[in-house]
Design a protein around this ligand. Sequence first.
Ligand code: ADP
Length: 227
Amino acid sequence: MTTHANEVENWLSAFELKLSHEHRQRGLMLVISGPSGGGKDTIAALLDEEDPYISRCITATTRGMRAGEEDGVDYYFMDKDDFLAKRSQNYFLETNDFVGNWYGIPRGPVEEKLSKGIDVLFVIDWNGARKLSKAMPDDVVKVFLLPPSMKELEKRLRKRGTETDDVIKRRLEQGKVDISHYHEYDYVVVNDDLGSVLRRMNRILRAERLRRHRQPWLDGFVNNLLK
Ligand code: ADP
């Protein structure tokens, strides 16, 4: 693209973003899944940073707070009794028991953002994505991130440098199971080049934000047209 075409594209996207937001009354839930190392966190962080109308969901957990973590920023930290009591009161959209700790998505903050027209971003596995779709079928938009190849996935896992060889092997095997669920998703994006993935994610968001059922103002508008 020429520089000029780039400028037009940037201007258009800012304009459309503002326009679609002003007319919108309800946000959407953007769910990103994919194998470990597939780029979910990288892309979620970029979207969260670059798009003023999307905000990352904060999960509640019963696991201990790690150094540098902040309550209400990284997680909502809860003790197990409190978590289980809230769970039985339908406080969570979905919960998950993972290696002895509970994780859950509190319904209230998500509902609040959606009702203000803010989109909420979730990085979650296919199992959680299924549960979220069931809980909020009209709000969820699911995107699956595929690696360009298993070789590249392994390279990225190694580059991240947070896991031992054994863990990487297990993650790659688990990754194949995750990948086999790609057909449960609305969109599938191959994470080849980050800039291009971001552009594709923005297009998905722009189109999904314009869907009729996310623009309740249309009813009044059309009624006026037909008067
Ligand atoms: P996930 O959250 O899916 O486990 P990460 O976002 O942690 O994956 O990405 C795994 C590693 O791959 C990170 O080191 C990240 O910087 C790198 N990475 C992600 N996407 C790309 C890409 N398109 N090109 C090159 N490296 C990437």
